[in-house]
Design a protein around this ligand. Structure first.
Ligand SMILES: Nc1nc2c(c(=O)[nH]1)N[C@H]1C(S)=C(S)[C@@H](COP(=O)(O)O)O[C@H]1N2
Ligand SMILES: [Mo]
Length: 321
């Protein structure tokens, strides 16, 4: 048996994952050649489990769950590991393949198995983000254009009462605000036409969104010098994060309308983010809170290995470090 080369493992989680029964995620960076032999993936998953579980892997059972492509460059394989084959509890394993390399293996732990984790280190995005300057004219590498947006609601569609809803904008700012729907309109709305790109590989051309520019909201709340990140929370418990400078230089929107009509509930009514330069998971629907902060923390998909920034032009699908 070949020895497993694990570069590093991180411990993480998010509110939304907890709501789905995942208490913690262990995210391991690996660098392994993959020649298409699924046995190699199984061997690797078991090998890493042996390293990260306090007390070793034991005599559990690893079973294949599903796989799919992520863009034209990546594959994602999902497995389950039952520590005790007699129990329903399992550790989920997500294996990220990029071209001919296995680059990441992530493990999701339910609460009852959280005690088995021996990893404590947390991910630091700063090195990763030192790459990549101004926007590249590369288009959307690895994407396929389709006629309309695929609707996602990983945590369900929340019940929304727009009259009671407000968007809190807070954190390290001198003027925190709570904006109602009419309050947002009073700030002044603009209409943009943009392509939209989901990290799984689909894109839609030329969509029309109307809303308040994020740069306008920045002017209003006045973030402190130390702000580096924008952390976003939604009514359904969804969270995401992106660098502050993507907001100040970009064309991001708190969108209230799509094609001249209020957003459909399925597309995030009453308000969602639209950040055209970043993959779609950063464009949180049913947004309820925008927090300016100096500290990085994983949102829902970031905790499952997705990139802290997610720039489309640089094809930042998964974390690399
Ligand atoms: N609250 C919430 N926002 C979300 C998601 C979600 O599941 N819940 N999915 C994200 C992903 S992965 C994508 S690609 C886009 C899809 O937007 P749509 O559902 O309006 O097509 O929404 C993003 N925002
Ligand atoms: Mo997505």
């Amino acid at each position: 048996m070949k020895t497993v080369y694990v570069l590093k493992c991180y411990l993480t989680s998010s509110e939304g994952l907890r709501a789905k029964g995942v208490e913690a995620v262990v995210d391991c960076v690996v660098s392994e050649v993959y020649d298409g032999d699924i046995a190699r993936i199984r061997e690797l998953v078991l090998g890493i489990l042996g390293r990260i579980l306090a007390g070793g892997p034991g005599l559990g059972e690893l079973s294949f769950d599903s796989n799919e492509s992520i863009g034209s460059t990546h594959m994602l394989y999902r497995f389950r590991y039952r520590v005790d084959p007699g129990s329903e509890d399992y550790i989920g394993a997500r294996v990220v393949v990029r071209g001919t390399s296995i680059v990441r293996v992530l493990f999701t732990f339910p609460r009852r198995l959280g005690g088995l984790i021996s990893i404590k280190e947390v991910y630091d995005p700063s090195e990763e983000l030192s790459k990549g300057g101004p926007r590249e004219n590369t288009g959307a590498p690895g994407q396929v254009y389709i006629p309309g947006m695929v609707i996602y609601n990983i945590l369900g569609v929340p019940r929304v009462d727009a009259s009671g809803w407000s968007l809190e904008v807070s954190g390290l700012v001198s003027n925190p605000v709570k904006l109602s729907l009419s309050g947002l309109y009073e700030l002044g709305v603009e209409t943009i036409r943009t392509d939209f790109h989901c990290v799984t590989g689909w894109s839609v051309k030329n969509l029309e969104f109307t809303g308040v520019r994020l740069s306008k909201i920045v002017e209003l709340v006045k973030p402190r010098e130390s702000v580096k990140w924008v952390y976003v929370e939604s009514l359904d418990g969804y969270t995401t994060i992106f660098p502050f400078n993507e907001v100040t230089r970009g064309d991001g929107l708190v969108a209230l309308e799509m094609n001249g009509k209020p957003l459909d509930i399925l597309h995030g009514y009453p308000a969602r983010l639209i950040i055209p330069s970043l993959y779609g998971w950063k464009s949180a629907k049913w947004v309820s809170r925008i927090m300016f902060t100096d500290e990085y923390r994983d949102g829902y998909w970031e905790a499952l290995g997705y990139h802290p920034r997610g720039r489309v032009d640089l094809e930042e699908r998964f974390k690399m470090l």
